[in-house]
Design a protein around this ligand. Structure first.
Ligand code: ZN
Length: 269
């Protein structure tokens, strides 16, 4: 088993070419994946294989796709204030499926707290209400994009108050006590499970790709019945393998780990 997990940020739009726009990159990358004869599988299937629930043949020659932060750009087509109309990630996936007939799926790791998203909509976007969760149940029902957790508030540096006890923000390494982990991880899962039932959240992506020994070696492995997760993803650029630590699985990030189709070919090889 060697499955690259590719990560895109729908909010990354500063131009309309591959290097400056994750939507443009996603369109091209899906075609490249298809041309190379690789399959796209849901990220949860990769975890099934890792945990021995499904056979390795299920993820042979496969890649998985994930999105981070969960804004409207994952779902809706939006007129960007400076870059013009942008096809949402969901539309890009549907276009690809219609064009090729191939199976496509992605997992969106969303920032869960409605209060945090209302502020991030102003501090990271332009305050038009583009970070709503209205589309999450619809996405989950359709089955094209699975909704999973990217923490309660991302411990984001632009928030006036986060769940971190000492307000040490802008990193996830400071989430290193049981109380902080419960507030950032379990609280998010409780909220999502209540809203998206019967779907049960089971995957987590560390904000900023940052973790620490407490989360990886203590909180996540020892409190499974409480947080109910099956795996957690960081951003070490490697494929997921049988030997990977389920509480710190690797992912490649568009714009950091590859910046062109040629560089993605290297990742996929
Ligand atoms: Zn993030």
């Amino acid at each position: 088993m060697r499955v690259p997990v590719l990560t895109y940020h729908a909010n990354n739009i500063s131009g309309n070419d591959y290097a400056s726009n994750d939507h443009v990159a996603l369109v091209e990358d899906l075609r490249l994946i298809h041309r190379k004869g690789l399959r796209i599988v849901p990220l949860s299937h990769v975890v099934d294989v890792l945990l021995g629930i499904a056979p390795a043949s299920d993820v042979e020659n496969a890649v998985a796709i994930s999105f981070d932060d969960g804004s409207w750009f994952d779902w809706h087509d939006i007129e960007h204030p400076t870059c013009g109309p942008q096809r949402g990630f969901a539309g890009i996936l549907r276009d690809f499926a219609a064009e090729t007939g191939a199976f496509v799926h992605a997992t969106s790791f969303v920032i869960v707290s409605p209060g945090a998203r209302a502020i991030l909509d102003k501090t990271c976007l332009i305050g038009r209400g583009w970070w709503g969760d209205d589309w999450w149940p619809e996405a989950q029902r359709e089955g094209l994009i699975a909704i999973e957790s990217h923490s309660w508030d991302h411990n984001h540096h632009t928030l006036p108050i986060t769940a971190q006890r000492d307000q040490r923000k802008g990193t996830f390494r400071t989430i290193d006590t049981y109380a902080d982990a419960e507030a950032e991880i379990r609280q998010a899962n409780d909220w999502l499970d209540a809203r998206l039932a019967p779907h049960r959240v089971s995957l987590f992506a560390y904000p900023y790709g940052e973790s620490n020994d407490y989360l990886v070696r203590a909180y996540l492995p020892r409190h499974e019945s409480e947080h109910r997760l099956r795996a957690a993803f960081g951003t070490k650029p490697r494929p997921v393998e049988v030997s990977s630590n389920r509480w710190l699985l690797p992912r490649y990030v568009c714009g950091s780990d590859w910046k062109s189709p040629t560089e993605l070919e290297t990742v996929l090889a």
